[in-house]
Design a protein around this ligand. Structure first.
Ligand code: NAD
Ligand code: TYD
Length: 354
């Protein structure tokens, strides 16, 4: 027993979204003990949490969610009341290179966690919750019109989205079969600080700063719905506390952008910030071979979350994008650290042959 009112395991808390969720919960709920369980893969970085690492209600545990013994040991040690599960392999391009790594972490890892909850919560399930953080990519690809709702049939098309869809199915299977209290949210593309520079927005910012080519896949006409990462963390907070067990909630930015328009907008903002003449950054745009099976458009209808739980995005996109760019301009060292070593190998492998 400890003196905290709740003990919450957050998996993947050293990653991009996870670090924002951990920070929000540690600061907002001093009566909760927050245990960040993360294997520290290439995408996990404890520098993301420097500001809260000594908080009295925070613990870090280096552990791999695919390792049953690691997870059982943590459950024995902490007697968790809830799990917020974000740990995953999260990059579509990497899933095309190494799909089995995604099956292992995203499917097997989720099943290991669910099974630990089933076993450790068997005696007393009151006030327990397994919160699974998922993606809108499970719904597949939209044409020019329409939105994903919670009722849209799953139609994943990349190894990444297939592994996330499988993990969502396992979560619901544990709900129906074992009465495990679960909730799932499916969110659109996030952007903000501490975003690993293999994803579109931070990769483009980093390349613009370094005068490197800006690799736009295909014709740049694919559409994504972008949400400020801190608004995603706020949505997770709301759903964790008020969401209905066994339900799914879509989270989105109501903010669709064609990739090429977004890259042009970033170039314009960065020309100003870097005192470059207009057009200098945009001259770096280079069209490269398209991604295999590239989903055309994602767009989320987050109406259920807004109507039932009162959440909506707090920031206008242009404001969030400027804040994000400023963060990268002010945090060279973070970028330097995360892009040293393995990142260089990945980058060469991924872009040299396009
Ligand atoms: P990320 O790649 O930045 O971070 C993933 C974290 O998980 C890292 O800290 C990594 O070390 C950890 N991890 C990986 N394998 C692990 C393992 N076997 N055991 C323990 N920890 C492990 O990912 P992100 O972008 O922050 O995404 C977090 C979650 O949100 C994922 O589940 C992802 O599918 C989902 N999601 C992401 C987005 C997005 O736009 N990035 C949108 C919707 C949903
Ligand atoms: P990404 O950030 O990888 O997210 P996701 O594929 O999960 O939506 O990519 C966002 C969009 O940007 C997607 O349509 C692919 C495209 N893209 C590029 O054009 N160039 C790049 O170098 C990257 C990483 C992505």
């Amino acid at each position: 027993m400890n003196h905290f009112s709740k003990t919450v395991m957050i998996t993947g808390g050293a990653g991009f979204i996870g670090s924002h969720v951990v920070r929000l919960f540690v600061n907002k709920y001093p009566s909760y003990l927050i245990v960040n369980a993360d294997a520290l893969t290439y995408a996990g970085n404890l520098e993301n949490l420097k500001d809260i690492e000594h908080a009295p209600n925070y613990r870090f545990e280096k552990s791999d969610i695919t390792n049953e013994k690691d997870i059982a040991d943590l459950f024995s040690q902490y007697s968790f009341d809830a799990v917020i599960h974000l740990a995953a392999e999260s990059h579509v391009d990497r899933s095309i290179i190494d799909p089995l790594a995604f099956v292992k972490t995203n499917v097997m890892g989720t099943a290991v966690l669910l099974n630990a909850c089933r076993k450790f919560w068997k005696k007393d399930i009151t006030n327990k919750l397994f919160y699974h953080v998922s993606t809108d990519e499970v719904y597949g690809s939209l044409g020019e019109e329409g939105f994903f709702t919670e009722e849209t049939a799953y139609d994943p098309r990349s190894p990444y989205s297939a592994s996330k869809a499988a993990s969502d199915h396992f979560v619901m299977a544990y709900y129906h079969t074992y009465d495990l209290p679960v909730v799932i949210s499916n969110c659109s593309n996030n952007y903000g600080s501490h975003h690993f520079p293999e994803k579109l927005i931070p990769l483009m910012i980093n390349n613009i700063i370094n005068n490197k080519p800006l690799p736009v896949y295909g014709k740049g006409e694919n559409v994504r719905d972008w949400l400020w990462v801190e608004d995603h963390a706020r949505a997770i907070d709301v759903i964790f506390h008020q969401g209905k067990t066994g339900e799914k909630y879509n989270i989105g930015g109501f903010n669709e952008w064609k990739n090429i328009d977004l890259v042009h907008l970033m170039c314009e903002i960065m020309d100003k910030k870097l005192n470059r003449s207009p057009g200098i950054s945009a001259a770096l745009i280079t069209y490269v071979k398209d991604r295999a099976g590239h989903d055309l458009r994602y767009a989320i209808d987050a109406g259920k979350l807004t109507k039932e739980l009162g959440w909506k995005p707090s920031l206008q996109f242009e404001e969030g994008l400027e804040k994000t760019i400023d963060w990268y301009l002010q945090n060279h060292n973070w970028v330097k650290h995360v892009t040293s070593g393995d990142y260089q190998n990945y980058y060469t492998e991924q872009y040299a042959k396009r």
